[in-house]
Design a protein around this ligand. Structure first.
Ligand SMILES: Nc1ncnc2c1ncn2[C@@H]1O[C@H](COP(=O)(O)OP(=O)(O)OP(=O)(O)O)[C@@H](O)[C@H]1O
Ligand SMILES: [Mg+2]
Length: 148
């Protein structure tokens, strides 16, 4: 498949578990590739800053989630009958799918105080991950990685 990478090089750092995030992006890219099927297609990966996004917690506190990562494919879109439940475990629209990929994505992102959402129609499916900026006092041994 064709891969287009559009990374904002000026983004501030975020603070994540790199192994878990490797799993997140593998799951999303694998889904995009599987949706495209034999005929292939194009996947775009974008990173950018959007200061408008906040996560509001039930206790009333909130965190800004300005770092955005989007994975966009031009495949057929989420099957309509499961579109509202794709982040639930064991929900799959594929013959041999276990339906665990997106449930794990959702769990990892929420463990990092982030947010994941999807917008989908035939020809365009966009998964967006929104993350907080690393705290300025993050201990040096957990040095933040650049979100690029
Ligand atoms: N980019 C996409 N385009 C179209 N449909 C998608 C896309 N990503 C996910 N889906 C749909 O959502 C379902 C759930 O995805 P999820 O990754 O959770 O499970 P799976 O891919 O079926 O199985 P697993 O990832 O556990 O092997 C998929 O089966 C597929 O029907
Ligand atoms: Mg999957």
């Amino acid at each position: 498949m064709r891969l287009i990478e559009e990374y904002d090089p000026s983004l501030p750092a975020t603070w994540v578990d790199p192994d878990q995030f490797m799993q997140v992006f593998l799951n999303l890219l694998k889904n995009a590739a599987e949706a495209a099927g034999e005929k292939g297609g194009t996947i775009r990966i974008r990173t950018f800053y959007d200061h408008g996004l906040r996560l509001r917690r039930p206790d009333g506190t909130g965190t800004g989630l300005p770092l955005q990562v989007e994975i966009i494919d031009d495949g057929p879109g989420l099957p309509a009958e499961i579109a509202g439940q794709v982040f639930e475990p064991f929900v799959s629209g594929r013959e041999n799918g276990t339906g665990l990929g997106l449930a794990l994505v959702s769990k990892i992102i929420s463990d990092h105080d982030g947010w994941v959402s999807v917008e989908s129609r035939p020809g365009k499916t966009k998964f967006r991950i929104s993350l907080p900026v690393a705290p300025p006092d993050a201990p040096p041994r957990c040095a933040p990685r650049r979100a690029q």
